[in-house]
Design a protein around this ligand. Structure first.
Ligand SMILES: C[S@@+](CC[C@H](N)C(=O)[O-])C[C@H]1O[C@@H](n2cnc3c(N)ncnc32)[C@H](O)[C@@H]1O
Length: 189
């Protein structure tokens, strides 16, 4: 029996595992320290590719290092640019995209994801999804600006046409503080 509910990051990885196959193209919209990029690189295998974005050189460097240590470098393209420009870097269909929002752990807490660019990137990501593809957002709302970003994302996702997308919100209701939650958007057609 499973000990407890999966936390937000564990749940996001379960969703990735269920939706990504060897050979797929996928996006990590917020590379950060590279943990999601590494996980995706393992899932897509030698014939797939992860397109990983971050606006901070430090994040791209850390992600590059993590991939190198795990001999996964060939499976990822690291892009030092905003995820709002995803469409300038790929037009092929993807099976999944993940956003891990907020600030870089161990980095500058002033550099955070912002709703305007996050929603622009989210719109572009769902356009790239193939049938049954998924976009997953791990949302942190405890920092300044986080609550606003969360609310705008929930408003946007709630308004998506249910005939085209299924939207899931995975949230702990009785934990102290502001635990992260997972918003997942699955393309149905
Ligand atoms: C919570 S961290 C990501 C953690 C990462 N997924 C991991 O596994 O370590 C959020 C990252 O988003 C990046 N970021 C902020 N705005 C961005 C944007 N417009 N485009 C791409 N990345 C952005 C930050 O630089 C930061 O590294």
């Amino acid at each position: 029996m499973q000990k407890d509910f999966l936390n937000a990051v564990e749940f996001s990885h379960l969703l990735l595992k269920e939706n990504v196959e060897a050979g797929d193209l996928v996006i990590d919209a917020t590379a950060g320290n590279g943990h999601d990029t590494k996980y995706l690189a393992e899932l897509v295998g030698a014939d797939g590719k992860v397109f990983a974005f971050d606006i901070q050189e430090k994040a791209i460097d850390q992600t590059r290092e993590l991939l190198k240590m795990n001999e996964l470098s060939a499976r990822a393209e690291l892009i030092l640019d905003s995820h709002a420009k995803i469409d300038q870097y790929l037009t092929q269909k993807i099976s999944a995209a993940i956003f891990n929002l907020g600030y870089l752990p161990g980095g500058n807490k002033e550099i955070i994801t912002r709703s305007e660019s996050t929603i622009s990137a989210l719109k572009k990501s769902i356009e790239l999804l193939k049938k049954n593809g998924i976009v997953i957002l791990v949302i942190y709302s405890g920092h300044s600006g986080g609550e606003e970003e969360k609310n705008e994302l929930l408003d946007f996702a709630s308004a998506l046409d249910y005939k085209k997308f299924n939207v899931l919100n995975y949230e702990f209701l009785n934990q102290p503080g502001t635990p992260p939650q997972v918003l997942a958007i699955k393309k149905r057609i």
